[in-house]
Design a protein around this ligand. Structure first.
Ligand SMILES: [Zn+2]
Length: 128
């Protein structure tokens, strides 16, 4: 059996040895229950259904064992936002306005990471 249609899986276990697997499919709304009192059930309310099922089963004595992404669509996103380096000034030393991070600031024949004041445009190069 292939699991390429599964986005995320939750596993629960009962003291009596019963196990339940809940799969959320990559379409984002199909939910399939395997094992337990609802074995084979489908639901099409996505994450909302998963949370209701988890609450229902934990109330019935099942303990969450683990949950893990199978084919998490979001982890394949390579476009991570530019991360701001440490050491950001609290505020502009000149006028007190907030300072923002600029990844490719150009000034004085130089280009690179800099802190820039949103008010007076005071600037300081980010030094690692
Ligand atoms: Zn300023």
């Amino acid at each position: 059996m292939t699991d390429t249609h599964v986005q995320h899986t939750w596993q629960l276990a009962h003291d009596n040895g019963d196990e339940i697997t809940i799969d959320l499919w990559t379409d984002g709304y199909s939910v399939r229950v395997d094992g337990g009192p609802d074995d084979g059930d489908d639901d099409e309310r996505g994450q909302q259904a998963v949370e209701q099922l988890l609450a229902k089963y934990t109330a019935a004595g099942y303990q969450p064992v683990c949950d893990y992404p199978v084919n998490d669509t979001e982890t394949h996103d390579d476009e991570a936002p530019a991360t701001e380096p440490d050491g950001k000034p609290e505020q502009c030393p000149e006028c007190g306005d907030p300072v923002e991070y600029v990844a490719n600031h150009y000034a004085d024949f130089r280009e690179g990471e800099a802190w820039l004041c949103t008010g007076c445009r005071w600037g300081q190069w980010v030094t690692a």
